[in-house]
Design a protein around this ligand. Structure first.
Ligand SMILES: Nc1nc2c(c(=O)[nH]1)N[C@H]1C(S)=C(S)[C@@H](COP(=O)(O)OP(=O)(O)OC[C@H]3O[C@@H](n4cnc5c(=O)[nH]c(N)nc54)[C@H](O)[C@@H]3O)O[C@H]1N2
Ligand SMILES: Nc1nc2c(c(=O)[nH]1)N[C@H]1C(S)=C(S)[C@@H](COP(=O)(O)OP(=O)(O)OC[C@H]3O[C@@H](n4cnc5c(=O)[nH]c(N)nc54)[C@H](O)[C@@H]3O)O[C@H]1N2
Ligand code: SF4
Ligand SMILES: [Mo]
Length: 747
């Protein structure tokens, strides 16, 4: 191990309890809608405080109910809320486990070396924050403030973002862009001049045909989506699911197309071909609003269902029948853009094909297609101007990823590893609410970047893997113990929601708002933090938007009328799109300007080598990534993942149900922990499937440590999207091993 590796050695603090591999049968039901918990009648009784959920990023608004002594009893939905319609998903209901988890981070920790051994020692907030402020000042003076980066996911990002901008850096990135929905946003901006956003602007409630392409709503438990899909099914909507796996959504579908993985582009192009050449597109809409139809028509001339069959294994008849089903529903049809779309590196182009298909069927801006969301306007207190930032993460990638509209977490990671042609490698990271070790692909690369840092500050609630590499760990209180910014996400109506503390912060934990401000004060940047408490700030904002903190504490959610009647496009209007041509660009002039193909092209991707299977991964309804695997309430529902194996493959390898095995990828990386086999017809013979978020190696997670295997450690190959820098993660292949790596070495 090199000297620098030694400098920041992962500190494993041994635990008293090491969980065995006992298994609780999951209470998973296959039905789509019935996982969402309806509220009991008795909701008004007793004390309650408003919140919005932080177990995932759908941000449902709800009520925390207390008993007489103020103890948290349960969390339920707020009926006024458009994200949840008054009903929480199992994870949201189990959110109270985040507050009760005995493994939580309890005190600030500073890395020290005692007798040559690296350890954490507990520190006071004063000491920990002084340490960070001094280091940040020194790094800023020596290298420039823009060598400091913030990697963040969740509500604390805006407070630390304010701090970073005040210091003079704009290098702020969330993994929910380059590891998640970035390609979708860039593709839709390139086509319609607008992105999709969150919650997605899909009008599922009123759709007549919903096409899910590797979007597994039902396991992907985004609350409002799941409810609307369930309602749409009840109202007779057709569901078409394209997935190599028989997902929960597939089980509710009229058509399941078990596509050969990595070939979706061919199917999309064949659908476009069918719809154009059989004149099934919305002619009036296409004539009036789109640009480049003739070029598109010429481009897909030979991309027939027969052509696509050879690539996708989906029969021509099925391609024709599903194209007709979509056209019959037009314009109330949604070819869903998905959310976690960083798959094979040509993802932005695949999402362009999705956008084009929607445009041809006239669904953008139409009832049952995509609506126009509206956000409530949140007043911002006037702060002094931020210092100008002179260097950015983009400087490390000259001429590349120009269409990325947000910073890349993976880009910042790469630009932290010193290289000859980049003079600005990052020297300090503040990491808030993201477990980068399991979130970014290629762990070796992430660790290399971390070893190059002079300061790593991690703000988290739990002793997750990333905390073990920090110089300073700051324990945040959970969302149930703090205020946060007013939720203003766009929806059918502008709406705001309040999160306020339902309990005092446990242990010695504090809110991110407080931490960022204290650091600001210590660094002489007090002018950027004018409010003494977040309560004061929220009250100022709310009073400037026809409400008050007092009112929001009482009602939790407030809905405002839309400013204009423009939920859907008025067809008598000459609507102008925010693109170069003012039209929906079937042929993308902005992609062409940047040297990318203006029309989506099919490219073949690598196939698994002999004896290997494509590693496919996804969500389970009762967990969010790795952040809930230690949650006592949710671990009760599912406490490990399994690897789905087709019966034919199981026969070839003599694998039995419930047997534990290890997975090894194409680069010889073997899973640290064994995973249970699930033999099932629901996965194709060329792939295996596992749920992301298990196989934690932090021993401080007493419930989750060593349970199941981690897909993240097996994703060492990255298929980079040349358009916006998304990290395609589905080009990895695994084979089966019957021993742990260290057992093999010893025998
Ligand atoms: N291998 C693999 N990688 C993936 C994915 C995958 O499916 N497989 N999915 C990708 C996608 S779609 C996304 S969006 C990203 C998500 O990536 P992340 O957001 O990094 O997901 P988590 O691993 O859950 O990490 C969340 C961290 O926030 C901490 N946390 C929870 N609540 C709070 C809080 O209130 N305050 C603070 N400060 N911290 C908190 C948790 O303890 C945890 O350490 O991952 C991407 N990476
Ligand atoms: N319960 C729960 N719900 C969540 C989350 C969570 O952690 N837990 N996370 C949320 C977040 S941040 C995100 S981004 C979303 C992600 O959710 P989605 O965007 O809906 O789905 P993905 O994770 O991209 O895709 C998983 C599906 O793609 C299929 N698939 C794999 N390869 C291919 C292929 O080549 N072609 C096709 N057509 N399908 C393929 C898999 O079999 C699986 O069913 O979920 C959100 N909802
Ligand atoms: S979907 Fe579930 S976990 Fe996500 S915010 Fe809503 S209630 Fe919470
Ligand atoms: Mo995501």
């Amino acid at each position: 191990m090199s000297e620098s590796m030694d400098r920041r050695r992962f500190i494993k603090i041994s635990s008293t309890f090491l969980g065995g591999l006992a298994f609780t049968a999951p209470l998973l039901s296959n039905s789509i809608g019935n996982m969402i918990v309806p509220n009991p009648e008795s909701r008004i009784s007793g004390l309650r405080t408003p919140t919005y959920c932080e177990v995932c990023f759908w941000k449902c608004a709800g009520w925390v109910e207390h008993d007489e002594s103020g103890n948290i009893k349960k969390i339920i939905g707020n009926d006024e809320d458009q994200h949840s319609n008054g009903r929480f998903c199992p994870r949201g209901t189990g959110g109270v486990g985040m507050y009760n988890d005995g493994d939580r981070l309890k005190n600030p920790l500073i890395r020290t070396t005692i007798n040559g051994k690296q350890e954490y020692r507990e520190a006071s907030w004063e000491e920990a924050l002084n340490y960070i402020a001094d280091k940040l000042k020194a790094i800023s003076e020596k290298y420039g403030p823009d060598c400091i980066a913030l990697l963040t996911h969740g509500s604390g990002g805006s407070y630390f973002g304010n701090l970073l901008k005040a210091i003079g850096s704009r290098n702020i990135a969330a993994p929910s862009y380059a590891q998640c929905r970035g390609p979708r946003e860039v593709a839709f901006i390139g086509t319609f001049g607008e992105g999709i956003g969150s919650p997605e602007r899909t009008d599922i409630r009123d759709t007549r045909c919903l096409v899910l392409i590797g979007s597994h709503i039902g396991e992907n438990m985004h609350n409002g989506h799941v409810q609307e899909m369930s309602d749409a099914i009840d109202k007779g909507a057709q569901i078409i699911t394209v997935d190599p796996r028989f997902s929960t959504a597939a089980s509710k579908s009229n058509f399941w197309l078990p596509i050969k993985p990595a070939t979706d582009m061919a199917l999309l192009l064949a659908w476009i071909h069918e719809i154009i050449y059989n004149e099934m597109y919305d002619k009036k809409y296409v004539d009036k609003y789109t640009f480049g139809f003739d070029q598109l028509k010429e481009h897909v001339k030979d991309m027939t269902p027969e052509w696509a069959y050879g690539i996708t294994t989906i029969k021509p008849d099925q391609i024709r029948e599903t194209a007709r089903a979509m056209a019959n529903a037009s314009p109330s049809v949604i070819i869903h853009p998905g959310r976690h779309v960083t798959w094979y590196g040509d993802d932005t182009q695949r999402l362009r094909a999705v956008a084009i298909l929607n445009a041809l069927l006239g669904s953008w801006g139409r009832r049952g297609g995509f609506y126009n969301p509206e956000k409530a306007y949140l007043p911002k207190y006037k702060l002094p101007e931020y210092p100008k930032s002179t260097r950015s993460w983009r400087d490390a990638f000259p001429g590349q990823f120009k269409l990325a509209d947000l910073a890349l977490a993976s880009g910042i990671c790469d630009a932290t590893i010193p290289s000859v042609d980049d003079k600005c490698s990052f020297k300090a990271w503040i990491v808030n609410g993201t477990n980068l070790i399991t979130t970014l692909p290629d762990q070796k690369n992430t660790l290399k970047a971390i070893q190059s840092l002079e300061l790593l500050v991690v703000v988290d609630t739990m002793p997750m893997e990333i905390t073990g590499y920090a110089d300073v760990v700051l324990p945040e209180c959970t969302y149930l113990e703090r205020y946060d910014s007013i939720r203003v996400s766009g929806h059918r109506n502008p709406q705001i929601a309040l999160r306020m503390p339902a309990a005092e912060p446990k242990y010695n934990s504090k809110s991110a708002w407080w931490m960022a401000r204290e650091l600001g004060l210590k660094m002489g940047l007090g002018a950027y933090f004018p409010f003494k408490t977040q309560e004061e700030e929220l009250d100022w904002q709310l009073k400037n938007m026809d409400s008050s903190l007092e009112e929001m504490k009482r009602i939790g959610v407030k809905t405002f009328p839309r400013e204009f009647d423009d939920l859907y496009i008025d067809e008598n209007d000459n609507f102008e799109f925010n693109t170069n041509t003012g039209k929906i660009e079937l042929y993308s002039t902005s992609f062409e300007e940047e040297g990318h193909s203006p029309l989506p092209v099919y490219t073949a991707h690598d196939e698994p080598p002999e004896g290997f299977y494509r590693l496919n991964y996804g969500r389970a309804p009762m967990h969010t990534f790795g952040r809930t695997s230690n949650n006592p309430n949710l671990a009760d529902l599912m406490d490990e993942n399994s690897v789905w194996v087709n019966p034919k493959v199981a026969r070839d390898w003599d694998l039995k149900n419930n047997q534990y095995i290890w997975l090894e990828n194409q680069d010889g990386i073997r899973s640290s922990f064994p995973i249970k086999v699930r033999v099932t017809e629901r996965i194709r013979f060329d792939s295996v499937y596992m749920v992301h978020g298990f196989g934690h190696d932090s021993k401080k997670l007493t419930q989750a440590h060593g349970r199941g295997a981690s897909d993240s450690e097996l994703i060492s190959k990255v298929l980079l999207d040349p358009i916006m820098g998304g990290t395609g993660m589905r080009g990895n292949f695994v084979t089966f091993k019957f021993k742990a790596a260290n057992m093999e070495k010893n025998t």
